[in-house]
Design a protein around this ligand. Structure first.
Ligand SMILES: [Zn+2]
Length: 267
């Protein structure tokens, strides 16, 4: 059974289970289930087991998978979950543009390879994580909308890591789900890898830092109990000025193939 933790906040019960290379966040809200990111494709079995064994519910009870971005460890299981259990997908309206065309195909292969190398470094058993590079969201989202079925959650477009990243914000409970935007390296907050659009990343950090937030949920690392949200994101913004290490540079060089990079001219 995968390791998991439960966090209770007035109207929300937050389940985080350990996925293949990232957290899987399942929100229980008035008895309804909302999944933040689907994990890798091989996490579908972990989600299924957790629902059945810990929640005593069918995975088909999950009302929605809300996908923050198309990377293998966030969107990998979404299509499979929809096929197997009929769970609809909500994601940025342009999410499927990132891996379009030949450049997109190459980037998708590279990202699957990079995800596998993370699993290898984490001493995970090697498993097949190849997944569909388009997810065709049932609910295409834009900045400022709310999530279908869960209108308490506001959708924010926060590009920088890639182009179509979303964050989800519950205003009343002051909970923010940011996927990769603050990663964890040995207990310390770190920038996501890669950062394709540094200027956009800085703007996104400013926006996120301006919100009243008590709990930050993320794809890699423990939840952050936030006393000073502005400070947390301002430190992330400062990290953007640090010279990249050779490792970071290598990841950046492997992350330049999406056709969206030229098209959006975000730099
Ligand atoms: Zn990512």
């Amino acid at each position: 059974m995968a390791r998991s933790r439960v966090l209770d906040l007035n109207s929300l019960r937050i389940h985080q289970l350990e996925g293949y290379i990232q957290n899987i966040t399942l929100i229980e809200q008035e008895g309804r289930l909302l999944l933040f990111d689907s994990g890798c494709i091989n996490d579908v079995k972990r989600i299924k087991r957790y629902c059945r064994e810990s929640l005593k519910r069918s995975p088909a009870d999950i009302k929605l998978t809300a996908v923050t971005h198309i990377h293998p460890d966030h969107a990998g299981g979404a299509v499979c979950l929809r096929k197997k259990f009929g769970i609809p997908i909500a994601a940025h309206k342009d999410v499927d543009r990132w891996y379009r065309g030949l450049g997109g195909l190459l980037q998708h292969q590279l990202d699957c390879y990079l995800a596998t190398s993370v699993a290898f470094r984490n001493r995970r058993r090697l498993e097949q994580i190849h997944y569909s590079r388009t997810i065709n969201p049932d609910y295409p989202l834009e900045d400022g909308q709310t999530l279908p079925f869960f209108p308490e959650w506001k959708v924010m477009h926060v590009p920088g890591h890639i182009a179509h990243d979303l964050a989800f914000y519950h205003e009343k409970e002051q909970v923010l789900y940011i996927a990769d935007l603050i990663c964890d390296v040995k207990g310390q907050p770190h920038l996501p890898l890669p950062i394709v659009f540094p200027k956009k990343m800085a703007e996104s950090f400013d926006r996120l830092g301006s919100l009243p937030v008590r709990v930050i949920l993320r794809g890699h690392g423990q939840p952050i109990i936030s006393e000073n949200n502005a400070e947390i994101f301002s430190r992330m913004k400062q990290q953007l000025n640090r010279p990249p290490t050779p490792f970071v540079k290598r990841i950046w060089r492997l992350s330049i193939h999406s056709p969206e990079i030229k098209k959006l001219n975000y730099r």
